[in-house]
Design a protein around this ligand. Structure first.
Ligand code: ADP
Ligand code: MG
Length: 238
């Protein structure tokens, strides 16, 4: 599997996305490189989810051009996406992972399913109905399903949005391990602490434009944009 062409870097060249008359992303130029995670931050409605969907290939730009490893298009076999509110199949945790493995044309044998559940700390929950798991456990199960695709790039949309601190910590630890294993993680968050803890670089979006793209220390120590400073102070940025 590993000899397939790489999807990285993911390059956006003057990519815009509009829905009817509404411009949602405006001339985005961005390189998502292999390595440590990239965090997308910015006010609600700034276009984070839309940018993730474009990078995954779920939607197409209205104008501009995108490439994955220098190639345009192609099936996103080595990319995986975890939505903000993942939908669980009405089956056990193990069956959810088995289904994801089958969908990725991988063997859904018990050992592989268990290894994925162990990786997200759900080894003891294998036979539980997925929909009865806690919010944090469901988010971890969604990560296991995404990992069933053996991805090179993993997109996470607000991975801990509705979790308490302990649930957040568990998910962050798993994301850090996934990233350390060599998977490129690109995530959106409104948790600035999380961006600081997990990411190497920050893409700061405001009303569909990249206001700033900087290494994490640089962004938090001395944002280059007035909007970045305002956002870090907790002021409303619109
Ligand atoms: N399909 C769509 N049709 C119309 N407006 C949309 C559509 N998708 C997103 N939007 C709007 O685009 C803006 C950016 O959305 P989104 O990417 O979800 O931002 P974020 O994830 O940063 O909150 C929002 O104002 C949203 O309401
Ligand atoms: Mg969003």
């Amino acid at each position: 599997m590993r000899d397939r062409a790489s999807d990285l870097p993911i390059a956006f060249a003057a990519v815009s996305y509009s829905a009817g008359p509404v411009m949602i992303l405006d001339r985005i130029s961005l390189m998502l490189e292999p390595g440590a995670p990239t965090a997308l931050i910015g006010p609600n409605g700034s276009g984070k989810t839309t940018l993730l969907k474009l990078a995954m290939g779920l939607i197409q730009p209205t104008s501009g051009r995108m490439t994955w490893g220098g190639r345009s298009g192609g099936p996103p076999v080595r990319r995986a996406f975890v939505f903000q509110k993942p939908a669980m199949l009405r089956r056990s945790a193990a069956a959810n992972v088995a289904f994801a493995l089958s969908a990725a044309e991988r063997s859904a044998d018990r050992a592989t399913v268990n290894a994925l559940l162990e990786q997200v700390g759900l080894g003891a929950r294998a036979s539980r109905p997925a929909r009865r798991l806690s919010g944090g456990e469901q988010q971890r199960l969604a990560l296991a399903r995404a990992l069933a695709r053996n991805p090179e790039v993993l997109f996470l949309d607000e991975p801990t949005a509705s979790l308490d601190p302990s649930g957040t910590k568990a998910v962050e630890d798993i994301i850090a391990e996934i990233a350390a294993s060599g998977v490129k993680v690109v995530f959106s968050t409104h948790d600035l602490g999380q961006a600081r803890r997990l990411a190497a670089d920050i893409v700061f979006l405001v009303t569909g434009r990249i206001a700033e793209h900087a290494p994490v220390q640089q962004f938090f120590a001395s944002p280059a944009s007035a909007q970045g400073s305002a956002f870090l102070r907790g002021d409303l940025v619109i």
